[in-house]
Design a protein around this ligand. Structure first.
Ligand code: MG
Length: 266
């Protein structure tokens, strides 16, 4: 259970889950030190430990989730809304990214030829653990499986010219995620830092969100049923900026596996 009195950041056992290819099979697995234990299915779909273990070095890590949908939240930090010249939203601003935007660990971020400006947006990702439909905020954390470091890559010029965001946010590879999901950690307060080529570009705390995770789950679950394994990107803080071919982007969030990716031309 989530401790709501601010004392502990832990909501249960801290575990890390990956998806990997081992012995020619693709499996979800729990990662402990440098070993993985394979699961019978995704842990949010009732998967259990199989007792089969491998050295991490003998596996190939894959994108650790396979969601039915990815929700994004726009302008969920006041300072970022201001840097975009926008007023903070009165209700959560929801958009979608297609699951085809997910990238596997180590995959290059390819800059699309049709955009002249592609930005990083370091963000905390929330992975749903139990189906959520009309969930009140007081019960929302019971529907969270875990947390993951993400980047909501955005073609800023297309976002402005199109007026809606599907193309700007939806290119293949525009949702790189860390190689593991962490359970048992409260989503706030966690320090979030984005670096490009080692230089700090974004630095904020998840407690600065305008709408917190329970409010987001309550709001989104009034619109569409959230399924186990679905991903919510909870918005980016101020300091967004463009990426160029050759850049190395690192998003780190306290307690979570960091996300690192390299940028390349199309
Ligand atoms: Mg974003």
């Amino acid at each position: 259970m989530l401790e709501r009195n601010g004392g502990s950041r832990h909501t249960g056992a801290v575990q890390r889950f990956v998806r990997c290819e081992a012995d020619g099979k693709i499996c979800y697995a729990e990662l402990t030190d440098n070993r993985v234990e394979l699961f019978s299915a995704a842990p949010w779909n009732g998967g259990t430990p199989t007792g089969v273990r491998h050295d991490l070095a003998d596996t190939r890590l894959l994108c650790p989730l396979n969601p039915s949908k990815i929700l994004g939240i726009g302008r969920n930090y006041g300072a970022h809304a201001r840097e975009m010249g926008a007023a903070p939203p009165q209700t959560p601003l929801v958009f979608m990214k297609p699951p085809s935007a997910l990238a596997s660990p180590g995959e290059l971020l390819r800059l699309p030829k049709v955009s002249q400006r592609v930005d990083y947006e370091g963000e905390l990702g929330v992975v749903i653990g139990n189906r959520a439909r009309y969930v009140p905020r007081e019960q929302a954390m019971d529907h969270v499986f875990g947390l993951i470091t993400t980047c909501d890559v955005t073609a800023r010029d297309l976002q402005k010219s199109d007026g809606q965001w599907t193309r700007a946010k939806g290119f293949d590879g525009f949702c790189p995620v860390a190689s593991s999901i962490t359970t048992g950690l409260a989503p706030t307060p966690l320090q979030l830092t984005t670096r490009v080529n080692g230089e700090i570009k974004q630095q904020a705390n998840t407690s600065d969100m305008l709408f917190d995770i329970p409010q987001l789950i309550e709001f989104v679950s009034q619109v569409m049923t959230l399924e186990p394994g679905d991903l919510i990107l909870t918005g980016t803080p101020e300091g967004v900026g463009p990426m160029s071919s050759g850049d190395v982007v690192e998003v780190s969030i306290e307690g979570l596996q960091p996300l690192t990716f390299r940028v390349a031309d199309a």
